[in-house]
Design a protein around this ligand. Structure first.
Ligand code: HEC
Length: 114
């Protein structure tokens, strides 16, 4: 049931992510250094934000806040999710497609949020 909910949430978010990337509402770009994200990293952001919040404050009790977290720590966690040294059924597949550059950029973005 939870899996189903997550897939439905992901599908609707991927849809809105595409719309978000295409439209780039003026209010969002430029805040918190989002404009410095590469196209690749910013295309992932709506997905990450669906659980961790666009302001880095998570949307649910089981999802950690990322705002203001140390960038080195966030990079390390994402690398470890990728290699499954830290294995989580939700996060490991999220981290898998991220390039090292995207890991750095997304970690930097969430770390920059206050
Ligand atoms: C479906 C919800 C969901 C999505 C989407 C998601 N995450 Fe997560 N994230 C989680 C959960 C749940 C955890 C905690 C995993 C655990 O318990 O080990 C987590 C943990 C993390 C952590 C480690 C935080 C800490 O305090 O150790 C980082 C960093 C992170 N996510 C980044 C991202 C990034 C970047 C993206 C987008 C590519 C993303 N997440 C997408 C749910 C999500």
């Amino acid at each position: 049931m939870k899996q189903l909910f997550i897939s439905v949430a992901l599908i609707s978010l991927l849809g809105s992510g595409v719309a978000w990337a295409a439209e780039k509402p003026a209010g969002l770009v430029g805040t918190h250094g989002q404009s410095e994200l590469s196209t690749q990293a910013s295309s992932m952001l709506p997905l990450c934000a669906s659980c961790h919040g666009i302001e880095g404050i998570s949307t649910e009790g089981m999802y950690p806040n990322l705002a203001g977290q140390k960038v080195e720590y966030l990079v390390k966690q994402l690398q470890q999710f990728k290699t499954r040294e830290r294995n989580d059924p939700i996060m490991s597949p999220m981290a898998e497609p991220l390039s090292p550059e995207m890991v750095n950029e997304l970690a930097g973005y969430f770390s920059s949020l206050k």
